[in-house]
Design a protein around this ligand. Structure first.
Ligand SMILES: Cc1cc2nc3c(=O)[nH]c(=O)nc-3n(C[C@H](O)[C@H](O)[C@H](O)COP(=O)(O)OP(=O)(O)OC[C@H]3O[C@@H](n4cnc5c(N)ncnc54)[C@H](O)[C@@H]3O)c2cc1C
Length: 449
């Protein structure tokens, strides 16, 4: 491809900014990134409070975040944030000791759990080759193609009919393999992180994010954070790009033809040869000349409603680590606090709550009613909300359901890559976490540019 082509990128989050970085690294320097808000980072949002940054969106990474590490190298930064740790708590505020090896009554169950985790790891390695590579192309047809989750990210591809099993929900998949207990640990960085319930979400999403390596890092609290917040990763990246994102850009229209792509941005027409869309695809037909197939496919995308609330409590109620409330990680307890996150030791710094307000089989809960529930939960958990300092309502984890996944949603969308001079990237194409979205941008640029 001619390296001088003009490329428009919609969205200045991890996917869009890293697409700019990978394009530059391949010698394409004629790109423009359009961001509609007044800052970069998207769901990596780290506001200031009393001189320090806290997290309203993304919090952490793990050592297998190779794509995020590409950005660290490019931008000259590192994961220099506070160490994370966690306790478990019952809804009434008592500590929950179900994962403590110090309680003798736990030991038989924990041993069984350990055995099932080991068995799960062995089965994934032996039978599901290719399960963990970034992106979903081929899975519903029993193929894999992409880059291995390894430091050198070597290219892998092949046939593996067993991969079709990943179209099942994670509950059905782990039942089929005879390892139902593993859900007790996989649920913690999944459901409580807003990604929904295991009886609704295809196993492919769960395992591409929480591949065995990532899950072990999570279990052993081998985690990365950034002192100035995850947003600072993308601010640093943006500052190093030859063409930093243009902010407060409203894309009013996208018209694609044989001659290329015309965007109407803040009332002005701009011409490009290629378009990369990292903004939510579900909304693409609202401002673009989407064809019938794009409209049909993108209408199948569902998402979660995930809310975060930053608050101060009384100094004497301030916990020394984050807390997980496992009893609230069920569909029946939708709208309750599943985690509250502790970042800084100073008691003038906020704690942040995480709550799901919608999932596949539920109506969206009312925001104000849920907020009242969160206040009650936090009082019962021993950290009454003295002052709420920020609220985040997220369009979260775009995905398709098991039936659409199995019917080849990803194969159909991947087959359209490049049609109308348009490429799709961002969360839906891989998974709603920093590393999968950035890795997918890398994969896309490798494949098509
Ligand atoms: C509460 C929360 C906790 C999380 N925790 C973690 C975590 O610990 N670890 C982790 O790895 N990930 C975490 N994530 C997920 C991670 O933040 C996202 O997966 C990642 O930011 C996705 O990147 P993206 O660029 O695809 O999308 P986004 O981050 O959503 O960025 C999309 C960008 O596009 C812009 N945009 C949208 N529409 C338009 C338009 N029409 N025109 C121009 N611009 C547009 C948006 O303003 C936004 O800046 C968390 C997210 C949230 C909300």
């Amino acid at each position: 491809m001619d390296k001088n082509i003009r490329i428009a990128i919609i969205g200045g989050g991890p996917a869009g900014l890293s697409a700019g970085m990978y394009l530059e690294q391949k010698g394409y320097e004629n790109y423009v990134i359009y961001e509609k808000s007044d800052h970069v980072g998207g769901k990596c949002h780290s506001p200031f409070h009393n001189g320090k940054r806290y997290e309203m969106g993304a919090i952490m990474g793990v050592p297998s975040y190779y794509a995020v590490h590409d950005i660290e190298v490019f931008a000259g930064i590192t994961h220099d944030g506070p160490a994370l740790n966690r306790d478990y708590q019952k809804p009434n505020g008592k500590m929950d000791h179900q994962f403590s090896t110090k309680r003798i009554w736990n030991l038989p169950h924990l041993l069984k759990l350990k055995k099932q985790i080991e068995k799960f790891g062995e089965i994934l390695r032996a039978d599901y080759k290719g399960y963990d590579i970034c992106g979903h192309r081929g899975v519903s047809e029993g193929r894999y193609e992409g880059y291995a989750v390894a430091e050198d990210r070597h290219h892998v591809e092949g046939e593996n009919p067993k991969l079709k099993d990943l179209c099942m929900t994670f509950k059905d998949f782990t039942d089929k393999l005879g390892v139902p207990l593993v859900r007790e640990v996989w649920i913690q960085p999944f459901t409580s992180f807003g990604y929904g319930y295991f009886d609704e979400i295809p196993a492919a999403y769960v395992l591409k994010y929480l591949d065995f390596q990532t899950m072990m890092n999570f279990m052993h609290v081998n985690l990365w954070t950034w002192k100035d917040g995850t947003q600072s990763i993308y601010e640093a990246l943006n500052a190093k790009l030859k063409h930093p994102a243009l902010l407060e850009q409203n894309i009013e229209k996208v018209v694609r033809s044989e001659e290329g792509v015309v965007l109407t941005v803040n009332g002005k027409e701009e011409k490009f040869d290629k378009l990369i869309v990292t903004a939510p695809l579900q909304y693409f037909p609202e401002y673009a000349d989407a064809d019938e197939e794009e409209k049909e496919l993108f209408s199948k995308i569902d998402y979660e409603r995930y809310d975060t609330m930053a608050f101060l409590t009384n100094p004497e109620n301030y916990p020394d680590r984050s807390r997980y409330i496992v009893d609230y990680m069920t569909p029946e307890t939708l709208g309750h606090v599943m985690v509250y996150y502790h970042r800084w030791p100073e008691s003038d710094q906020p704690l942040v709550t995480y709550v799901l307000r919608k999932h596949k089989n539920s109506k969206e809960l009312d925001y104000e009613a849920t907020k009242e529930q969160v206040k009650k939960d936090m009082a019962a958990l021993g950290c009454p909300m003295k002052e709420i300092i920020n609220e985040g309502k997220w369009y979260y984890f775009p995905h398709v359901f098991a039936e659409d996944y199995a019917a080849g949603w990803y194969e159909k969308v991947e087959a359209k890559q490049g049609n109308h001079s348009t490429y799709y990237a961002g969360e839906i194409m891989a998974f709603g976490d920093m590393d999968e979205t950035v890795e997918y941008s890398r994969d896309l640029i490798e494949r098509f540019f």
